[in-house]
Design a binder for this molecule. Sequence first.
Ligand code: DAH
Length: 346
Amino acid sequence: MDLAQLTQDLEDLRADAVAGVDGAADVATLEALELDVLGRKGRLTSVLRGIGALPVEDRPRVGAVANAVRQAVESAIAERGTVLRAGALEARLRSEAIDVTMPGRPIRRGTLHPSIEAMSEIAAIFAQFGFVVYESPEVEDDLTNFQKLNIPPDHPARDLWDTLYVDIPGLLLRTHTSPGQIRVMESTKPPIRALLPGRCFRYEAVDASHGFEFFQVEGLMIDEGVTLGDLRGLLDQFAHAMFGAGKKTRFRPGYYPFTEPSVAFDVECLVCGGPGCAACGRSGWMTILGAGMVHPVVLQYGGLDPERYQGFAFGMGPERIKMLRHGITDLRLFLENDLRFLEQFR
Ligand code: DAH
């Protein structure tokens, strides 16, 4: 081994390594090449083993060539590495690119159940007249559901409500929201303007217009000097807001044990507008709710002095109001959870 041979070997190694580096297709290949040429057990080290066979005075010259080769290979690797890493980044950015102009995936949104929606529409209208929403229990006692509403035990008026009783004596599922009137009177001092939306239950043969479970919205206003005229004016405003301005309305005599006098409140038929059709039973009118002046006995049961206070109350079925407005003919749809029905209320 002489100086010329060793120098030639080093130059060959440089040429070969640089060619390899320039041809490396990716960073991993480049790193493998670096280890193979410059590593501790690499090709440069093994060429330099021949240095021991040279005369001492030649060794520094081989060292200088070896350093130049190392530097050339290192800078070739660095240069190629920069190019490869930039390319890899570019490719990644391209593959992960997001098209921000693409339309989003639609999110399926739920809707309010039509019964709930009807109740919030009703509450929104009465809120404009200062009515505040109260809650009252669904499992009620006989005293509040009936007796304090002027419906004594064994009184024939009980036949108006087919009742579901629970196992605990004296308790039942409320047949209407009217017991909420008593609870509001017992817990609040007049002036009272209360709205009581909630679920009611009856032992009822289910058909297109009867359910064993349905909603009601109860209203109660109590103050000094409240009259039937106030009730009429308020209900007119309600009917106009709910069914359209200018709709004709009327009071008909009715009977409820807890009001005196009692009325049924009708609005002109929403389908025929008066002459009479199948939807209104040829009468030209649709009944919206029951109402009346709170019976003095009921005020007394509520802890109020009937000589000082008067009030009116009303009770309506939100499902019925939705049915009238949208021409729905079967109450059972409200309980069946059929999306084909429910999705029409988006
Ligand atoms: N509670 C009655 C029912 O379920 C509805 C009703 C009628 C409520 C007249 C009232 C009222 O407050 O004054 O049939």
